[in-house]
Structure formats: C-alpha cells, structure tokens
Design a binder for this molecule. Structure first.
Ligand SMILES: Cc1ncc(COP(=O)(O)O)c(C=O)c1O
Length: 374
C-alpha cells in the first residue's frame, strides 16, 4: 500500500509525514491536508491497507486497540440502547463496557455463549442495538459463528461488531455479514511489539462516516509515527501468520502429549466447541493457545519459572513468544466470580507463539511441563 506514491523524492516506501499542521493556501482553503488529528498521509495509507484487508468501505485508525473498541459504542449507541457481549471477553473490554454502562452511556448484558442459542434467546427477550463479539475470545479462544450472528443481527437491525484482533488475515468478518471489525493493531497487524494501535473497519459508507467523525471528535486517531510502523509491520502479516500458526501446531503437540496438562484451548482441536465453526469460516485457527495444568497455580508458576523463550507480558501477536497468566494479568480487573463463571482459572496460562525456531520453543515448553509435574 502506498508504494511509489511519493511525489517529492519518488521514495519507493511512502514517507512518514511528522507534522501537526498543513499549510492553508489562503483563508479557509487548505491543500490536501489540514491537521493531523483529522487526517495524515501515512495514517490514511494505513486506513486504506486495513480497509483492503477487511474488504471494507474504509477504516479509521486509532491510538490503541481499546480506543478502537470504544469507537463503535460512542459513535452508535444512545443511553437507553442495549448491547450484548459474550461473557469471557477481553478483561479491558469488560471493564470499559461495565464502567460506561454504570455511567448510563448504554446498557450492557453479558451473554453466556457456551449455552446453545443463548444469543437467540436474548434477542427474543429484547432486541439489542449492537452485538459485540471477539472473533476468538481472549484467553479461552471461544469462536463465534459470525454468519449466524450476522443473520440474527441483520434480521433485527442490530449492529454486529467483531473484534478480530486474534484472527487477522484468517477470518474476514465483514465478508461474513458483520457491520464493523475492530482490531488492536498492537498485536499481529503490527507484529513487532513496538507500538500500540487500533482500527475500526466498516462495511458501509454511512457507518464509516460516523466512525471518522467520532474519532476526530474525541481525538482518538492514531499517531503518524505509529501508523508508519504498523503499515510496515502489516506488509508481512500473511507470511507471519503462517509461521505463527505452524509453530503453534508444534507447541500444541507438546502440550497434548504431556501428563501435566489438564486441558488445551485452541480452535484447531476437534474437541474445541468452536472447531467446526472455525473450520467452516476461517482459513486458519490462529496462533494463540491457552492451557490449564493439573497442579493448579503452583504448577503454573513452576512452568513459568525457568522459561528461556517465552517472556511474561500482557500483549500478544508479535514476533517474540510471550506468556501470560490471565487471572493476574489480562483479566485481573474482572471480578473473581465473573472469571470463574467464564472458566478462567488460576492454573491457566496463555501463550502467544512467536516466530522463533520451533525446536527451541518446544524444548522450552517441554522443560516447563516437566517442572510443572514435579
Ligand atoms: C481481543 C483484544 N481486543 C482489544 C485489545 C486492546 O488492545 P490495546 O492493548 O492495543 O489497547 C486487546 C489487548 O490485548 C485484545 O486482546
């Protein structure tokens, strides 16, 4: 995206335009750009790239994944509107929606999507203004049937927003009927662990217009430098996803063949409740894997203590392998009862499998599992 478009020096890679302002020709007459909060050339190219990736009418690039999650709520919901969100969603999304609904911005109902037809039953009770789901949830890897949800939402004029952070280049929610797609570009899209960013892509021009208006209105658009980095990272997204996934397959083999492991959560596994859905609608199963250990939190700590290749950190989706303990990290802000209900337990660990040599990663995981069973 944007290659060979530089008119000044004919740089092959589009340049980073670091400026707040763009000069006006005269009173009220700008050149192409006015002010970087509203538009910036490199950010516009990233918007275009994300729009092409998601087959969208267009996209808005925001400063973080959370500002992208926030944007559809601020743009489309009124105080008495109802929104349905699955239980077990990403902890910061849970906190954001609970605190906004506490302040009366909209109403939120948490749906237990492990129960079959839970969404249909909730719709029969009350038609929401919006449904917000994660393509594969964090950290349980619940997978949602986007076409079925889209059918339900479209028939009832409810908006369907899908957070596709875990499945970029693998699942295309807009093509499956969703209205908007959210990304934390901090993760796979940038893929290099060096910035934070977010994006919302919309299927319709009308929704895109509102998203643009509100991103500028609240000033949550992404920084030019971050956009430059993300666009650079995105150029290798498809190749990286392949290696992330093949390394993950190797790690899953290690986990499944070790006695210390209680359960592995990954949509590629035939006993995963979302396996058939992912198989039908995605071109891969993603590279995030969670697992629980038989020995509880003590075993989780033993697994972690001594790892050479997995760094303990909150984020995911970068070239470097990371490990997270959801109870004390990504989901620490969720109440213990909500966590328990969602199935996020003390012995659960989540791996973001990187691009390292799979032999090194497997040796590290196997040694950790041996420690966990001591
Ligand atoms: C599924 C999901 N959505 C949104 C976010 C928020 O992204 P950010 O940390 O870039 O604000 C995260 C972060 O982990 C996430 O996992």
């Amino acid at each position: 995206m944007g290659l060979n478009t530089d008119q000044q020096y004919h740089a092959v890679v589009p340049p980073l335009t670091m400026t707040s302002n763009f000069e006006f020709k005269e009173f009220g007459v700008p050149h192409d750009y006015e002010y970087s909060r509203t538009h910036n050339p490199i950010r516009d190219l990233l918007c275009e790239a994300i729009s092409v990736l998601e087959s969208a009418a267009g996209a808005v690039v925001t400063s973080t994944g959370m500002s992208a999650v926030h944007l559809p709520f601020v743009a489309f919901l009124k105080s008495d509107d109802q929104v349905y969100v699955p239980k077990g969603s990403y902890g910061c999304t849970v906190r954001l929606l609970n605190t906004l609904s506490d302040k009366g911005h909209f109403r939120v109902r948490w749906i237990d999507c492990r129960e079959e037809d839970a969404m249909e039953r909730a719709f029969a009770d009350e038609v929401p203004a919006m449904v917000f789901v994660e393509a594969a949830s964090n950290p349980l890897l619940h997978v949602f049937d986007v076409p079925a949800l889209a059918k339900l939402c479209n028939a009832n004029e409810a908006l369907l927003v899908v957070d596709n952070t875990f499945m970029p280049a693998l699942l295309f929610p807009l093509e499956l009927g969703a209205d908007m797609v959210v990304h934390s570009t901090t993760k796979y899209i940038n893929g290099h662990g060096d910035i934070t960013g977010g994006a919302v892509a919309a299927k319709s021009e009308e929704h895109l217009k509102s998203l643009r208006y509100w991103a500028n209105n609240i000033g949550s658009t992404g920084a030019p430098f971050d956009s430059y980095q993300i666009l650079r990272g995105m150029r290798t997204l498809f190749n990286r996803m392949e290696t992330h996934q093949s390394n993950t397959r190797r790690i899953i083999e290690c986990l499944l063949s070790h006695d210390a492991v209680e359960r592995v959560y990954h949509p590629s596994l035939p006993d995963h409740p979302g396996h058939h859905i992912a198989k039908a609608h995605a071109s891969g199963y993603g590279a995030m894997v969670s697992f629980t250990l038989k020995g509880g939190e003590k075993a989780a700590r033993a697994f972690y203590d001594g790892l050479a290749w997995f760094t303990m950190a909150e984020s995911l989706g970068g070239f470097e392998s990371l490990i997270a303990h959801p109870v004390t990290m990504t989901h620490a802000m969720v109440s213990p009862s909500e966590r328990r209900e969602a199935g996020i337990v003390d012995s659960m660990l989540r791996l973001s499998v990187g691009l390292e040599d799979p032999e090194d990663l497997c040796a590290d995981v196997n040694a950790g599992l041996d420690r966990a069973s001591d």
